[in-house]
Design a binder for this molecule. Structure first.
Ligand code: HEM
Length: 409
């Protein structure tokens, strides 16, 4: 068996490990502190860990760290507790609910980019964060953020950037202030609802308060949902526009599809099913630059994965980033080719394309995320071509926010 690689080397250049070398198996062992760390990069083994044996794994060490900050939230719970919480919250965020609230999303996002000026640079990530958080707060919490949306989005972005490292109480002052501000926001919502403020019937806040858990747990859950909603769709869209700015043909085809379907009007949620090229562009951007780069799991006992024994307590890593660049399933994996995402991706094994994860912890927000992303792209790309400095690096969690210059279509 090949000797373990250093975890530091892996995280410095994860894509260098996308293709197993000669003699390497489906697992990549790493040297990383006391507990063994293992990357699972074979799609069948990924499926086995996340789905087939999903119940036999607990959350990994990153989520245990997040739990120290936000408490026992849906994404950090295990087993029966997780199942019960998920079933209880699903009605507030599942596909039927998102469809039911399509009008709210249309009103929030259908005009995205309408107030931009030709030639005036826009800080894309800030804009997208703010729009996403405004829509999510309305749909899930029945709250109008108004001018507070930008402040909340900035605080959430600060928190998200710090999360993998957060170890209370040693937060740096900046992160402590952001955490405090987001907590006060959530506490204010809870207090207002307890004092009789009306929300939309069946919203997430109502379901959370109905769980009969401490307000601190409700607060942690609100923050965890807002974090996911602010960060992930905006990152995916930033990557999509960076790719589109480099591919005139893909961008032209997108504009043409939008012209045919919308004929100049604002997009609605119902339109998204009739925009296959736009969906393919987004899927291909999610393949190349998945906002959730790593998923981790911890086996509850000794487990066999791809024929090898994984000890209890090991940290198993699954990386959408690495898996999505496997040339065996995505020929010329570095290339942006939305056409490969048209149709049912026939021939691609389950476990090869997992931007939203899979199994018991699969993203509960996928329908909302797809609605938020689709409406924003349709609204903005229908009006503007976004020019991006050709020297701007491909967006990653470590690159500075992208500036774009809107040019009228
Ligand atoms: C492009 C957007 C998004 C991507 C790529 C994404 C990706 C993911 C992934 C990969 C997971 C699985 C993590 C694991 O298995 O450990 C996950 C879980 C989760 N996501 Fe998302 N997400 C997105 C948007 C959202 C949104 C908008 C929300 C809610 C407003 C959300 C809420 C959640 C929650 C609560 C979980 C935990 C589910 C559970 O453990 O049962 N996500 N997401």
């Amino acid at each position: 068996m090949p000797s373990p690689v250093s975890a530091r080397a892996f995280f410095r250049d994860p894509l260098g490990y996308a293709i197993p070398g000669p003699g390497d198996g489906p697992l990549l062992r790493m040297r990383a502190g006391a507990a063994p760390q293992v990357l699972v990069r074979d799609p069948d083994a990924v499926w086995q860990v996340l789905v087939t044996d999903g119940d036999r794994y607990g959350v990994g060490k990153w989520k245990r760290r997040a739990r120290r900050v936000h408490g026992p939230t849906l994404n950090t719970l295990n087993g029966a507790e997780h199942r019960t919480r998920r079933l209880a919250l699903q009605p507030a965020i599942g596909r039927p609910r998102v469809r039911e609230l399509g009008g709210v999303l249309d009103a929030r996002l259908g005009g995205a980019g309408a107030d931009w000026e030709p030639g005036l640079p826009v800080a894309l990530r800030d804009e997208l964060f703010t729009l996403s958080i405004g829509a999510t707060a309305d749909v899930l919490l029945s709250v109008e953020l108004g001018a507070n949306a930008r402040r909340l989005a900035l605080d959430l972005a600060q928190l998200m950037a710090a999360l993998p490292r957060l170890r209370p109480p040693a937060l740096v002052a900046q992160h402590r202030a952001a955490l405090q501000s987001v907590r006060s926001f959530a506490d204010g919502l809870i207090a207002a609802r307890r004092e009789g403020a009306q929300g939309r019937p069946g919203d997430l806040l109502e379901l959370l308060l109905g769980l009969g858990v401490a307000d601190e747990v409700v607060r942690g859950e609100i923050i965890a949902f807002l974090l996911a909603a602010a960060e992930e769709p905006a990152r995916a869209l930033e990557a999509a526009w960076w790719l589109l700015a480099r591919d005139e043909e893909a961008d032209r085809r997108l504009a043409q599809e939008l012209r045919c379907v919308l004929a100049g009007r604002a997009p609605t949620l119902a339109d998204l099913d009739t925009l296959p090229w736009m969906r393919a562009v987004l899927d291909e951007a999610l393949r190349l630059n998945p906002p959730a780069r790593y998923i981790d799991r911890c086996p509850a006992g000794v487990m066999a994965v791809a024929g090898e024994q994984i000890p209890k307590g090991a940290n198993l890593l699954i990386s959408p980033l690495v898996s999505h660049r496997d040339a065996r399933h995505f020929p010329e994996p570095e290339a942006f080719r939305p056409e490969r995402m048209l149709g049912e991706r026939r021939g691609t094994p389950r476990g090869a394309f997992i931007p939203f994860g899979a199994g018991v912890h699969a993203c509960i927000g996928e329908p909302l995320a797809r609605a938020i992303m689709g409406l924003q792209v349709a609204a903005i790309a229908g009006r503007w071509r976004l020019a991006i400095d050709p020297a701007a690096p491909e967006p990653t969690p470590r690159t500075p926010p992208l500036w774009v210059v809107p040019e009228p279509r």
